[in-house]
Design a protein around this ligand. Structure first.
Ligand SMILES: [Cu+2]
Length: 155
C-alpha cells in the first residue's frame, strides 16, 4: 500500500504526541504521585457512621498547635458546622462523603477539595486572616445543592 509522504509524516507526528501525553500521565502518577483523590486512603461509604474516625466528625486541637478537622459531607450538609480553628496554625481537613460526590470550598482561600464517597480527601492549610469563611459545596449533588454550606471560623 502506498501512503503519501506527508500522510506518513503526520501519522508519525500523531503517534509521537500520543506517546508523549501517555508518558506525561505515567510520569506524573509515578514520580509526582499525582493520583485522584489527594491521597489513597479508602473507607466504606456505607459504614461511615461505624468508622472509628468518621463516626465522630470533629475539630481536634493537637499539642503542636495544629488542628485536625474530621468532616463528613452528605446531602445537604457538612459536619461539623461551624468549624472553629486558629489563625496562623496548620489545619488539616480529612473529609469523606456518605452518599454522592460533594465539593468542599472555603470561599476566599485556596481550600477546594472534591469529596468522594469511598475515599478520604485530605488537605492542609494555614489561615492567615481571622474571620468567618463560607464553605460551599461546588459539585452539584442534588436538588438542595444550593443550600449546602457551612462556616469556618478562624480565631
Ligand atoms: Cu452540592
Amino acid at each position: 500500500m502506498k501512503v503519501h509522504v506527508y500522510e506518513r509524516a503526520w501519522l508519525w507526528a500523531a503517534a509521537v504526541m500520543i506517546a508523549g501525553f501517555l508518558g506525561a500521565v505515567v510520569f506524573s502518577a509515578v514520580v509526582h504521585a499525582v493520583q485522584p483523590p489527594s491521597h489513597m486512603e479508602t473507607v466504606d461509604p456505607e459504614k461511615i457512621f461505624e468508622h472509628p474516625d468518621f463516626s465522630n466528625p470533629r475539630v481536634e486541637s493537637r499539642d503542636d498547635g495544629s488542628t485536625l478537622v474530621v468532616g463528613v459531607a452528605q446531602m445537604f450538609s457538612f459536619s461539623p458546622d461551624p468549624i472553629t480553628v486558629k489563625a496562623g496554625k496548620p489545619v488539616t481537613f480529612r473529609l469523606t462523603s456518605t452518599d454522592v460526590i460533594h465539593g468542599f470550598q472555603v470561599v476566599g482561600t485556596n481550600v477546594n477539595a472534591t469529596v468522594i464517597p469511598g475515599y478520604v480527601t485530605q488537605q492542609t492549610v494555614t489561615f492567615s486572616k481571622r474571620g468567618e469563611y463560607l464553605v460551599v459545596c461546588n459539585e452539584y449533588c442534588g436538588l438542595a445543592h444550593h443550600i449546602m454550606q457551612a462556616k469556618v471560623v478562624v480565631e
